[in-house]
Design a protein around this ligand. Structure first.
Ligand SMILES: [Zn+2]
Ligand SMILES: [Zn+2]
Length: 278
C-alpha cells in the first residue's frame, strides 16, 4: 500500500459528543473515503456547564463499547483506534486509550470559571471585554499558558495549537503579526516535546467556514520544524462528509514550512509518510 496522508484520520467526533454522524456513519464514511487508519477522538467530559452537550458523558463505557465493536467489524479492512480529545479542564488523566489529543478550548476567568475561545465570536468578545478588559493579547497569553501546561503533559497529539485565532479572518480581535502574540505562541510551542508529541495540522475551522487555511500558522510550523518536530494531518471532522476535508491545503501548508513527511497513527505504532507532490 502506498502511504498517503489520506489513509489516516484520527481527530474525529460523533453524535456521542458534538458531532453530526453516529460512530457507525463516521466509520462507514471514512472507509468509503479510502481511510485505512481511523481514530475516534470524542471530547472528554468537561465540568463547565457551557460544555454540556459538547462532550462525552463522564462514564465513557458506551463510547468505548461502540468503538471497540466497530474495530471488530472493520478488522482486516480498516484499523480503528480508540482515542480521546482530552480537554484541559477535564479532571484526571486519559487512561486506557490508544492515543490522546491534548486540547485547550477555553481560558480561565477571574471567578475561577472559564470561557470558550472557539464557541462563537460573540462569546469570544464577551470574554475579552469582561475578563480581559478588551486586552486581546492578554487573552491570547492566558490561552497559550494553558497550551503550554497541556504540552507538558505530553499528549500523543497537541490539538489545534493556535485555536485562539479561529475568528481572525472574520473578526480580527488581535494582530497575529504582533511580536507579543507571536512570543506567547512560540513560548507554548517550545513547551512541546518533539520526541513525545505530534503537532497537528488541523483543518476543522475550514470545513466550518471560519478559516481558509488550517491551524497552525506558518511561523509556528516553521519553528516546529526547526525543533525537529513531526506533524500529523487531521480534519477535526464532526460530519461524515468532512473526514478528509482540507487535506490538500494541509499538505500545501506543511510543504511551505519545509516538511517532507507527515506521521500516520496505526495500531502498530506511528508510520512516517511522504507528503504527496502538489
Ligand atoms: Zn478541539
Ligand atoms: Zn476536536
Amino acid at each position: 500500500m502506498n502511504l498517503t496522508p489520506c489513509l489516516c484520520s484520527v481527530h474525529t467526533h460523533t453524535t456521542l459528543c458534538d458531532g453530526k454522524g453516529t460512530p457507525e456513519e463516521m466509520a462507514a464514511a471514512a472507509y468509503a473515503a479510502g481511510v485505512r487508519y481511523y481514530g475516534f477522538s470524542g471530547h472528554s467530559f468537561s465540568p463547565n456547564p457551557a460544555d454540556f452537550g459538547y462532550s462525552l458523558p463522564p462514564d465513557t463505557t458506551e463510547y468505548r463499547r461502540k468503538v471497540l465493536a466497530l474495530r471488530d467489524e472493520y478488522a482486516g479492512r480498516m484499523e480503528i483506534l480508540l482515542g480521546i480529545e482530552w480537554d484541559s479542564w477535564t479532571p484526571g488523566d486519559p487512561v486506557g486509550y490508544d492515543y490522546w489529543i491534548g486540547s485547550v478550548h477555553a481560558v480561565r476567568d477571574a471567578d475561577g470559571g472559564y470561557c470558550a475561545v472557539d464557541n462563537t465570536p460573540e462569546i469570544f468578545r464577551e470574554c475579552l471585554e469582561r475578563v480581559f478588559r478588551g486586552d486581546a493579547l492578554a487573552m491570547t497569553e492566558a490561552y497559550y499558558r494553558g497550551v503550554a501546561e497541556m504540552a507538558a503533559r505530553k499528549p500523543t497529539i497537541l490539538g489545534h495549537i493556535d485555536l485562539v485565532t479561529k475568528y481572525g479572518e472574520s473578526h480580527a480581535f488581535f494582530d497575529e503579526a504582533s511580536p507579543r502574540y507571536r512570543r506567547a505562541a512560540l513560548d507554548a510551542l517550545h513547551a512541546v516535546d518533539p520526541s513525545a508529541t505530534l503537532l497537528e495540522i488541523n483543518t476543522g475551522a475550514m470545513s466550518r467556514g471560519w478559516r481558509s487555511t488550517p491551524y497552525p500558522a506558518r511561523f509556528l510550523l516553521e519553528a516546529w520544524r526547526g525543533m525537529g518536530g513531526r506533524i500529523i494531518i487531521t480534519s477535526d471532522t464532526h460530519h461524515p462528509g468532512t473526514i478528509l476535508h482540507g487535506y490538500r491545503e494541509a499538505v500545501t501548508a506543511a510543504r511551505a514550512a519545509g516538511f517532507r513527511d507527515c506521521t500516520l497513527l496505526t495500531a502498530a505504532g506511528q508510520l512516517e509518510c511522504p507528503l504527496p507532490p502538489e
